[in-house]
Design a protein around this ligand. Structure first.
Ligand SMILES: [Zn+2]
Length: 249
């Protein structure tokens, strides 16, 4: 199991994982396996040596606090999560600069939240889907009229009143929301001005088919807003424990 350890003196952290003690291998692939030499590697031991004499504590990761600016599958990215020692909360930045490097963890004093930066209808997808699905194909005027109507219906919407569709997004900073019943009614009613007879019936079907998990979902884009706090003054380490090499800011 992973264990997150903080040096209270240096505000540095170590994520102890079952992989810390894996040996590193060095060898020439052209030769036989016997030429491989293994170097025991223990990153946690290095951390303990570096922070010898400093007070250490365990931090508990706060569930569901993970955020990242790039998709889950992206190997090189910065992500953040929160952790606590039971009293104070900390932000942990997790990152790597190059794919072959191990993950790095950095402790940040502060907090973060997600701020909605854009709320939009999926115009391009709606337009493409209408051309693909509707028979007879809608005219450009009808498509434009419908997009204008959808935009109008979603105007001044409050996301707190909307139901989020959780499985729809593969990006951590994008979320999709469903149209509510009242707006759905307004949309259907006003569609009668743009589509007549059979065209209207087809549109009614189109709207019902795309309102829960399709192109009629409203797309919200978020940004990670990180607020860093000034570091409180570090208490002097008793002289006997001071290694004289620590970075004191
Ligand atoms: Zn330390």
């Amino acid at each position: 199991m992973n264990q997150l350890i903080r040096c209270k003196h240096c505000d540095e952290i170590f994520m102890k994982t079952p992989f810390d003690q894996y040996p590193e291998y060095e060898g020439d692939s052209g030769r036989s396996g016997e030429n491989f030499r293994s170097f025991p590697r223990d990153d946690f031991q290095d951390f303990l040596i570096h922070h010898h004499g400093h007070p250490l504590e365990n931090l508990k990761i706060i569930e569901d606090s993970w955020v990242s600016e790039k998709p889950y599958s992206e190997p090189i990215k910065i992500s953040f999560f929160k952790a606590t020692n039971g009293k104070d909360k900390f932000v942990i930045k997790k990152f790597r600069d190059r794919i072959e490097e191990p993950l790095k963890y950095q402790l940040i004093l502060g907090d973060y939240s997600l701020k909605c930066t854009a709320l939009e209808i999926q115009s391009e997808e709606i337009s493409k889907q209408m051309k693909r699905e509707l028979n007879p194909p809608p005219s450009q005027n009808q498509i434009d009229g419908f997009l204008k109507l959808v935009r109008h219906v979603f105007e001044r919407i409050d996301l707190n009143d909307c139901e989020r569709v959780p499985e729809e997004s593969h990006h951590p900073l994008e979320a999709y929301y469903k149209i509510d019943d009242l707006r759905l009614m307004v949309l259907l009613r006003n569609c009668r001005h743009i589509f007549k007879g059979k065209e209207y019936s087809a549109m009614e079907e189109f709207i019902h088919g795309h309102k829960d998990d399709g192109v009629l979902l409203l797309k919200a884009t978020y940004k990670i807003q990180l607020t860093e706090m000034a570091k409180p003054k570090i208490k002097p380490v008793p002289a006997a424990l001071s290694l004289g090499k620590e970075k004191i800011i």
